[in-house]
Every structure is written in C-alpha cells, then in structure tokens.
Write a protein that binds this ligand. Structure first.
Ligand SMILES: O=C[C@H](O)COP(=O)(O)O
Length: 246
C-alpha cells in the first residue's frame, strides 16, 4: 500500500513572512495520514526544515555536480544539508524556461539520489501534443530519458503534470488522468520490476485544488498531488492533505 503524498510547489513565491503558513499547516495537518511536503524557493528550505512537525521541506531544482565553479547554482548535497528531503526535477516550467532536456533531468536525478534525496521527476504533455494524440508517446519518452537506472521505489516519485493544466484552472477528465497514471505504472514496472514499479508513487499535478482533489485522488494509480497555487495558503493545502489522508 503506497502512502499518499501531498506535495506543495511554491515556485517563485514566498518570503520569511510566509513561514506563518507553514506553522499553521503543521498545526492543521498534524494528524495527517499522508506525507506532507512543501518545496519553497531555496532561501526558505532551511527555515521550513527547522520548523519540524509533519511538514517536510523539499527543493525545486538542483545542479548535476556536487560542488565547483557554477555561480548561482545549488547542489543536491547542499539541499540535503539544509534539511530538504525531496527535490522536484524536470518541472515543465524549467524544461521550457531553462531548456532542461531529459538528459539533464536524468543527471540531476542521479545527483539527487547520490545526496540521499527523493527525486520528484515531472512529465507531461502540451496541449498540442495531446490534441495530436501523442500524449503517451511523450510521457513514455520523458520517463525513459529522465529517470536513471537505480530507482528503488523509495527514491523516486513521478509527477504527471499536463502542461496545459498548470495554473490554468483546467484539468483533464478522470479518465484521461487514469489512462496516463496507469501507463506510467506499467512503464515503471516493466523497466524496474514489479516490486519497484508498484511501490513508486505517482502524483497528479495541474490545477489540483480543494474542490477537485477528492475526485482526482480516487483515480487509479493517483498517489497524491503536486500542487502549485493551492499550496500557498495553509487552509487550502490542508483540505488537500485531508483528502489524501483517507
Ligand atoms: O508543480 C505544480 C504544478 O505546476 C501545478 O501548479 P498549479 O497547481 O498552480 O496548477
């Protein structure tokens, strides 16, 4: 039985003042029966980790190297040292804005694993790709290219995030979500074996909110959510946490 994961991605939002939301969430979600994670901008990771409580800290990216002459970059080892437990990799915003390829994402995932972090590897199709009936081919290619050998079931989370659903208020139908999540499960089992494939959590991300979480969480092979906008306010995110706790 996979324990569900409520993962919040604050993206480039959040100041010290917003740590009050973390304290509130720690209180509201203290009896949660799912894992609870917030991935803030890097300057807040240490502070969220230091809060303790049920809310774990994660990061939104890491470099492929452990250290060196890479001005402005942060290594996975540094994130772990700051208290991060997870790192989001290959988010579509980074693939689009920073030109991150599957190869780069794979190398970052390897770096995360070496540092002892759980990698949340994001995959997802654009609207054009969906309308051209290429969704599963795109997802299959991203899975094959972005995940290195060595998945253990515990060190990897896959997040399915249709690009056209992110921050738009649009969501796929539950049938569409189920089709992709079942496909991802099959691919993980085929590549890494049944045990690893079945124990790897698959999150849905893209306009998940307090109103739609219950319906989405009931879909086959949905093991939680990667939540952007609705993770910024503790009261909203707690509704999602509670829905994933059942
Ligand atoms: O990482 C989170 C996803 O991009 C979803 O963002 P959203 O919930 O604001 O649509």
């Amino acid at each position: 039985m996979r324990r569900k994961l409520a993962a919040g991605n604050w993206k480039m939002n959040g100041l010290q003042a917003n740590l009050s939301e973390v304290r509130t969430l720690n209180e509201l979600a203290k009896d949660a029966q799912c894992d609870v994670l917030l991935c803030p901008p890097a300057p807040l990771i240490g502070a969220i980790a230091a809060e303790g409580g049920v809310v774990k800290a994660g990061a939104q990216d890491c470099h492929t190297a452990v250290s060196g002459a890479h001005t402005g970059e942060i290594s996975a080892e540094m994130l772990a040292d700051a208290g991060a437990k997870y790192v989001i990799l290959g988010h579509s915003e980074r693939r689009a804005d920073m030109g991150e390829t599957d190869t780069i994402v794979r190398d970052k995932t390897q770096a995360a694993w070496t540092a002892g972090l759980v990698a949340i590897v994001c995959v997802g199709e654009t609207l054009d790709q969906r309308e051209a009936a290429n969704t599963l081919d795109i997802i299959g290619g991203q899975l094959a290219g972005s995940i290195p050998d060595g998945a253990s079931g515990l060190n990897l989370v896959v997040a399915y995030e249709p690009v056209w659903a992110i921050g738009t208020g649009l969501t796929p139908t539950t049938d569409q979500i189920g089709e992709v999540h079942d496909f991802i499960r099959t691919r993980l089992e085929r590549r890494f074996g049944t045990g690893v494939g079945r124990s790897t959590r698959i999150l849905y991300g893209g306009s998940m909110n307090p109103k739609n979480v219950t319906e989405i969480a009931a879909v086959s092979n949905v093991d939680g959510g990667l939540v952007g906008g609705a993770s910024l306010k503790a009261a909203d995110f707690n509704v999602i946490v509670q829905a994933l706790s059942t």
